[in-house]
Design a protein around this ligand. Structure first.
Ligand code: GDP
Length: 296
């Protein structure tokens, strides 16, 4: 079970229905194909580039059998996603910082819990910083994950200054010789501008302790928010400079094509995908496995 069944129904089963009984690839078929891609939230630019590749193959007579259309789309998607595939894991013996950003509800806390569990299981020393001091239950929620996956959480009372919580947590992580500090951050402040300023401040303050920190800044995006996710990504990227993206809730949506839209729009590695609420439901992003799951 891949967790991508709804997206698969939308995309590959949609294409399969489209070509059923068709003898040739004509303009009408290509238009219907375009519609399916857009409905899967592949987005206009990525749809355009996939359609260009497919149309070019048809024009050069490399593709004429409608039944081969699936394979052509699969290949175009793979070409788009492969460059975004760049696995990352902590380095033993240095205390690195992974700062996690994203708007409330995207799945940031859950993804932090899943990542902590994964890397702890792999033998890394992991510490969490409860840097979302704005949302009422955020600190308790992170502490809940800490208890569940048995990873220490450094926290202060809610209302504390986010940058100072994370600064202190980094000092604690260094003195304990942890390999990785994962810092939770706010997902909403009074305004979007305030939020971006706070995130920049967290980054700046970490850099004072270690010019290389934070080594990673990952944005968590909810796949279900579709094209909205793109705008968020652009905004966060402009503010803090992202080094990775995690896309959550791919199990709950038929719009998994948004992964292609994100890959097309932003030259940022897609690190992990979330396919459920459980601690095991996080996968390192693997373009081939992803496309295979969509076209299984
Ligand atoms: P935050 O506000 O960004 O920290 O979001 P949370 O981590 O609290 O997640 C919001 C909701 O989304 C929770 O109910 C999570 O269980 C759920 N969630 C997070 N990731 C996934 C996922 O990959 N799949 C599903 N189905 N639910 C998820």
């Amino acid at each position: 079970k891949s967790g991508l069944s709804r997206s698969r129904e939308q995309l590959s089963e949609g294409v399969a229905r489209l070509v059923l009984g068709k003898k040739e690839i004509d303009d009408e078929l290509l238009e219907d194909l375009e519609t399916i891609l857009l409905q899967s939230d592949v987005g206009v630019p990525a749809t355009r580039s996939i359609m260009q590749a497919v149309t070019e193959k048809v024009r050069r007579k490399e593709l004429s059998d409608p039944a081969a259309l699936q394979q052509a789309i699969r290949q175009s998607l793979l070409d788009l996603l492969q460059p975004r595939c760049e696995p990352w894991s902590p380095k033993p013996g240095q205390t690195q910082v992974l700062m996690m950003v994203g708007i409330n509800g995207a799945g940031k806390t859950t993804t932090i819990g899943k990542l902590a569990a994964r890397w702890k299981r792999e033998g890394f020393g992991v510490l969490l910083a409860a840097g979302d001091t704005f949302r009422a239950a955020a600190v308790e929620q992170l502490q809940g994950w800490g208890t569940r996956v048995q990873v220490p959480v450094i926290a202060q009372g809610s209302g504390a200054d986010s940058a100072s919580v994370i600064f202190d947590a980094f000092a604690a992580a260094r003195s304990r010789g942890a390999d990785l500090l994962i810092a939770d951050t706010a997902g909403r402040l009074h305004t979007q501008g305030h939020l971006m300023e706070e995130l920049k401040k967290v980054k700046r303050v970490l850099g004072k302790q270690d010019p290389g920190a934070p080594q990673q800044i990952w944005l968590v995006l909810d796949a279900g928010t579709g094209q909205n996710a793109l705008q968020q990504a652009q905004q966060f990227h402009a503010a803090v400079g992202l080094t990775g993206i995690c896309i959550t809730k791919l199990d709950g949506t038929a719009k998994g094509g948004v992964v292609a839209a994100i890959a097309q729009a932003l030259p940022i590695p897609i690190r992990f995908i979330g396919v459920g609420e459980g601690v095991e439901d996080l996968r390192p992003f693997d373009a081939e496995a992803f496309v295979d799951a969509l076209f299984a």
